[in-house]
Ligand binder design. Sequence first.
Ligand SMILES: Cc1cc2nc3c(=O)[nH]c(=O)nc-3n(C[C@H](O)[C@H](O)[C@H](O)COP(=O)(O)OP(=O)(O)OC[C@H]3O[C@@H](n4cnc5c(N)ncnc54)[C@H](O)[C@@H]3O)c2cc1C
Length: 390
Amino acid sequence: MSRPSTLAQLFALDSLLDADEIAIRDTVRDFANARLRPHIGDWFENAELPAREIARELGQIGALGMHLEGYGCPGMSATAYGLACLELEAVDSGIRSLVSVQGSLAMFSIHHWGSEEQKNEWLPRMAAGEAIGCFGLTEPDFGSNPSGMRTNAKRDGDDWLLNGTKMWITNGSIADVAVVWAQTDEGIRGFVVPTDTPGFSAPEIHKKMSLRASVTSELVFDNVRLPGSAMLPKAQGLSGPLTSLGEARFGIIFGAIGAARDCLETAIDYSQSREVFDKPLAGYQITQTKIADMALEVGKGHLLAYHLGRLKDRGEIRPEQISTGKLNNTREAIKIARECRTILGANGITLEYPVIRHANNLESVLTYEGTSEVHQLTIGRALTGEAAFR
Ligand SMILES: Cc1cc2nc3c(=O)[nH]c(=O)nc-3n(C[C@H](O)[C@H](O)[C@H](O)COP(=O)(O)OP(=O)(O)OC[C@H]3O[C@@H](n4cnc5c(N)ncnc54)[C@H](O)[C@@H]3O)c2cc1C
């Protein structure tokens, strides 16, 4: 038998990256495999992520706010950031979520929409992983349609008074700072809210069967008094949070395919050692058909991610292209995770292998940062010129 190729060799994926990108990818991969992979099954099972510790270590390898310039941020390319997301999600979507929310949602919002004072106060500490951020957009009654949000900020002299509730907020109860979107007399505006402000609380959401190695919380604002300077001066209306979401969705295009790769590598490996009916499972045509079909999707998912990375690095990417990548790669990843689970048989349902964990995590990834249906509607609008959201 000839020596088997890796998935990367099948598509000659490294030929599409430069030496710096490969070095960054390998640094994150080595960190993820050495520091995170040995513990992830337990963190998932016990729903306990040592997020502060991990955030500091991620800060040390330059994975937080990776594609942002200045203020202590690493200033790397969008493609390099995507590759880091891919390697982190190959371990667990919860870890990639920590990085996405920190870098793409909270830090990007402050970096892109904030005042100099806000940037200097928060970004260096967030890049180092010494301060954790969250991003509060979704509410109990408004997920896909955040324009209906009820959280509101009212002027009170020079201050703002913030009231309302946010739901499903990643990093919520461990955050030092929350970027919160609220209705005001001037429309939707963003606020930088230190989480030790009186009236702020963040009860953690329990009983999740997905993203268990990730903190998810409610945010409650009960007359939270903020100075006038807490508002993000440059974000006006829903385009503020939607632009930030585009950044995080971009990371998911890469991340989801990392989870798929990990499932497929696990399934190939398993099929080579598991004997059924007196020979390795890998030697059956049905298994090879499954593996070949999944490899095509993992490879195409990488190619799409790399292409969109290049477009983003040239400043040319459009929202419907991000939707295309997020929809395709997440949807294919969850199909691959489920198919790989069949190859592992009963072993596929345990946390001894990563496959069921990835499959469960990808249920959240399919829903957050725009559900599949919302991305279908975005692509449909781009192609037909008709908006069908209502
Ligand atoms: C683990 C996890 C972490 C999260 N982290 C964050 C976070 O950090 N910050 C944050 O703000 N939010 C976060 N979210 C929330 C997430 O963004 C929302 O769950 C998502 O936007 C969907 O909203 P919803 O759950 O209210 O579903 P709904 O909007 O109620 O959607 C329910 C169903 O209706 C479909 N639907 C909606 N509109 C249409 C339409 N026009 N046409 C056809 N079908 C439609 C949806 O696609 C979906 O299938 C997180 C969610 C999860 C699960």
